[in-house]
Design a protein around this ligand. Structure first.
Ligand code: DLZ
Length: 200
């Protein structure tokens, strides 16, 4: 029986033609790493080519909306040129900051060009003792929705807003038997990416 929570029975979508961008925050890195791994595993399982997954990082969740917006804009500009935006997916490495968005052709021949079919924003906000969490959670959520509607690219909401570290671990598959929500985000990106092409 399908459980009440979650997106229902698994759907099959062919991701082999898709280009997917992922922007993740580096705050709460160990949780982020697990979520990122879960996300990528579902993308790859749906046929998305590794070379068509571009991963960028930013310091914290606050920076996710601007980074998603710029990443998408760069992929649109890039699609009108002959260069390709290459994949750079090492968490925290120098290849993942936004300077890697240079359009000066560091693309690989296996990487298709064109705007992203979907972008996944991943962050983990853990409530502290101040109002900081409330302000950031609200603003980032609004910001991500705004980028999604303004650009028309599906922007998958991979922002965990949790009360403590245990809640975060329980949503990142870190605690034994728990579900990794990154897998849902990867599957959602493929479904929405395919549908975006159908809707075009
Ligand atoms: C400052 C801050 C704090 C206190 N907590 C978090 C958090 O739990 N998760 C997260 O992703 N980022 C946090 N940040 C950093 C902010 O998102 C942002 O990067 C900085 O305020 C710089 O703009």
């Amino acid at each position: 029986m399908t459980s009440l929570k979650g997106p229902g029975a698994a759907q099959q979508h062919d991701g082999s033609a898709l280009r997917i961008g992922i922007v993740h925050a580096r705050w709460n890195t160990s949780i982020i790493e697990a979520l990122l791994a879960g996300t990528k595993s579902k993308l790859l399982a749906a046929g998305v080519k590794e070379s068509n997954i571009v991963v960028q990082s930013v310091p914290g969740s606050w920076e996710l909306p601007i980074a998603c917006s710029k990443l998408y804009a760069a992929s649109q500009v890039q699609s009108t040129t002959t260069s390709s935006l290459g994949a750079g997916d090492l968490l925290g490495s120098s290849t993942t900051d936004l300077t890697a968005l240079s359009l000066s052709a560091d693309g690989k021949s296996t990487t298709s060009s064109g705007p992203f079919d979907a972008i996944i924003a991943i962050g983990v906000l853990i409530k502290g003792e101040t109002m900081h969490f409330e302000y950031i959670a609200e603003s980032v959520s609004q910001g991500l929705m705004r980028v999604q509607l303004d650009t028309g690219v599906p922007l998958i909401f991979g922002l965990l807003t949790v009360l403590d570290e245990d809640q975060a671990k329980a949503r990142a598959g870190v605690i034994s038997g728990s579900h990794n929500h990154g897998e849902d985000w990867g599957a959602a990106a493929v479904e929405l990416g395919v549908k975006k092409r159908e809707w075009a």
